[in-house]
Design a protein around this ligand. Structure first.
Ligand SMILES: Cc1ncc(COP(=O)(O)O)c(C=O)c1O
Length: 393
């Protein structure tokens, strides 16, 4: 592997723990049959792996019933399924300007079908207000769907307060936990979340193409999709029982095995608090180093508030794409640039018209030395941008 500094963990964590990769390979070579469809020994053994993963992830999200843990392709898939299944023309639904396109686009689709979609703005620090969301709930409000942690600015939203307001008014709360699952504790009961949607390849440390949702026991979602389940095959519709009610077709068993190995790895590592502390210490070092550089603008980066190890920034006089390209080519520092699939966040922080921002996101495998290399690279680029603007003047 070449000597690069990988700071794109908010896109996908890399590398994955070797234990995850080994377990997946072993699972696929020994048990790569279709579980839940047949009764022979290998299929039952593979099914055990799926069940254990369901069990672990259900508990991980504070759920009590393993069958309420539904697997899907990724968080986008889970969010689409819930949003499209729940909303009908004439309903009112609330979401926020912090959303990723995995929520925005399905909501725009619903708006085109006649759902009234209301967008809640965030404040200058990058937080939505639970009171603001609560004040918009009305009799026709069916759904609040919101981001838990921003993939652009890293702010963690007051989901628990929103949960209390939604539960009181009988409104379904669906949370996009793509960035928080595996870093911030999530407890569907305590936070009064009705459906939490997750993706497997970020801080859950599993492979791409995995994800799903935990659907609280009191919630029933009538699915807008259908297909084979391996059980109750004579029925014309989906079985009422979970998980089959919301799972369609063959599961990504190799990916699910990876999620199981990742859950075991996280536990052995000391749990998500240990990972969060390590990554936040790296983010704080990054923040401190970058704050000292003239000409660097950080966005909504007050790490003393609820925050993820995600920092968005720009260098004065240099577009985000150019900064990202020079970081990569000249300094071997890998970051994500542009709008990060969250255009309304960039409108809110004023970067929509300057091709977005650069994002640094350290991961559990990032070292202090790598953070220092990234800060040094930014300092050199800021100096370069400064001298370029002076020679042009
Ligand atoms: C907040 C947020 N939501 C949704 C997604 C989409 O994740 P996936 O592509 O795994 O569905 C991402 C990925 O970047 C994200 O950061």
């Amino acid at each position: 592997m070449s000597d690069f500094v990988y700071l794109d963990n908010a896109a996908t964590t890399f590398p994955k723990p070797p234990e995850v990769i080994h377990f997946m390979c072993d699972f696929y070579s020994r048990l790569g049959v279709n579980p839940g469809r047949s009764g022979f020994d290998l299929a039952l053994e593979a099914e055990e792996v799926v069940l254990e993963t369901r069990e672990r992830l259900a508990k991980f999200f504070g759920g009590r019933q393993r069958d309420r843990l539904i697997f899907s392709h990724n968080v986008t898939d889970a969010l689409n399924l819930v949003i499209s299944s729940v909303l009908e023309p004439g309903d009112h639904a609330i979401t926020t300007c912090l959303e990723h396109n995995s929520v925005l686009r399905p909501m725009y689709q619903q708006a085109a079908r006649g759902v009234e979609v209301e967008m809640v703005p965030f404040n200058a620090d990058g937080y939505v207000s639970a009171a603001d969301i609560a004040s918009r709930i009305r009799d026709t409000t069916k759904l609040v769907v919101m981001n838990h942690g921003s993939n652009v600015i890293g702010t963690v939203q007051p989901v628990e307060e929103v949960g209390a307001a939604c539960r009181e008014r009988g409104v379904l709360l669906v949370v996009d936990a793509a960035q928080t699952a595996g870093l911030v504790p999530i407890d569907v009961e305590q936070m009064k979340i009705d459906v939490v949607c997750f993706t497997g390849h970020k801080s859950l440390l599993g492979p791409p193409g995995t994800g799903g949702m935990y659907v609280a026991e009191h919630v029933d979602i009538e699915p807008c999709r259908s297909g084979g389940t391996g059980v109750k095959s004579a029925l014309k519709g989906q079985p009422d029982e979970y998980p089959w009610h919301l799972e369609f077709g063959t599961l990504n068993t190799m990916g699910i095995a990876g999620l199981l190995a990742a859950q075991r790895w996280i536990e052995a590592r000391g749990g998500i608090d240990a990972i969060h502390s390590h990554e936040m210490a790296l983010a704080a070092r990054l923040h401190a180093g970058m704050s000292r550089i003239d000409g660097v603008q950080l966005y909504c980066a007050d790490l003393s508030h609820d925050h993820l190890p995600v920092l968005a920034f720009n260098i004065n006089g240099m577009g985000a794409e150019q900064t990202g390209m020079m970081l990569d080519v000249d300094y071997n520092v890998v970051a994500r640039t542009g709008l990060h699939c969250a255009p309304l966040v960039h409108e809110g922080i004023g970067t929509a018209k300057i091709d977005g921002s650069v994002r640094f996101a350290p991961g559990d495998f990032t070292s202090v030395q790598e953070i220092d290399r990234a800060v040094d690279a930014v300092a050199k680029l800021a100096e370069y941008a400064h001298s370029r603007s002076h020679s042009a003047a």
